[in-house]
Design a protein around this ligand. Sequence first.
Ligand code: NAP
Length: 334
Amino acid sequence: MLSVPIKKLNNGMPIPCIGMGTFGSDRYTPLQVSEAVRGAIKYGYRLFDCASVYGNEDLIGHVFDEAIKNGEVKREDLVITSKVWNDMHGKGDVLLSCARTLRDLRLDYIDIYFVHWPFPNYHAPGCDGDARNPDSRPFFTEEFMAAWRQMEKLADMGLVRSIAMSNMTIPKLEQVLPLCRIQPAAIEMELHPAFQQPELFDYCMNKGIQPIGFCPIGSPDRPERDVAPGDVTVTQMPVIAEIAGAHGVHPAIVCLKWAVQRGQIPIPFSIRPDNYESNLRCVTEDPLSDDEMARIAAADKNCRLVKGQVFLWEGAADWRALWDEDGRICGWNN
Ligand SMILES: NC(=O)c1ccc[n+]([C@@H]2O[C@H](COP(=O)([O-])OP(=O)(O)OC[C@H]3O[C@@H](n4cnc5c(N)ncnc54)[C@H](OP(=O)(O)O)[C@@H]3O)[C@@H](O)[C@H]2O)c1
């Protein structure tokens, strides 16, 4: 079994320094994804990033159940995350959503439960990039905190070990962190060499909140709605390709080594055993040098790939309104 480095969250919970994503990007069936989870457990993965909106928790739950019953893995050695989707932020809904996920994943508790997005705006599964929901609205602190209070209750009840946020910005965190009775243990955010989010990354690290990096390879198979002109192909960035050549590995591997050495926890997705095996193995051997780390840091392109435009509300200018880029939370008219 590979010896994957373990980190500790701010509540003392141990967590592997790399995990596996389970979003099939509207391209892979739930069965393909759950079979990848089965193979990944066998290979040594212990951290799995799930979400109710990925539409595959029931099949993945079946795999967890079998692996635990077969004695392949102990429940306490797994770190299983899930996320409450945007249409389940209302009174009682977060509790309900958690209960459904527990049923689907066949678990007594979830290790980390995330608020998937900080507002209750949702899109139909598989919708195209221009789709808008007329009920969408900007972020409101009170609404978010009403959902967070339910997250805190889930933690009190022992149904989730850690609670966490996703797709946050510094202005939103500045609003909500002082109001949280239980601080988030982690924040999931897009992080790869072309989108390093240094300010948000440092902000979280300074507050003892663990950044978990999604799309760590630049999500080459992401849904069409998330592909825009000008998007950088991370694995083709010259510095990544050069370093990959020097180490004799695929550029994806350089992205993952960089992520782990920087301190975020990447959660790469693959259904191909050769790829997901090398993704785990790479963090146990042949680290990048300080010079290589510095060259990647200098190559940041500030290129967000998951722009979230399907969550925009009426009156919002464009997707940048979701990300508070001028340092204040965007309201109805930006
Ligand atoms: N919180 C959020 O809002 C949010 C948003 C997006 C994603 N996520 C999470 O983050 C996870 C990862 O993001 P992602 O799936 O979008 O993108 P990703 O992990 O950056 O990229 C996945 C792609 O990389 C390829 N790949 C993986 N390992 C490889 C290797 N060793 N060599 C070559 N290619 C490789 C895979 O292709 P093959 O299958 O061909 O190997 C797959 O197409 C998701 O599954 C999900 O759990 C969370």
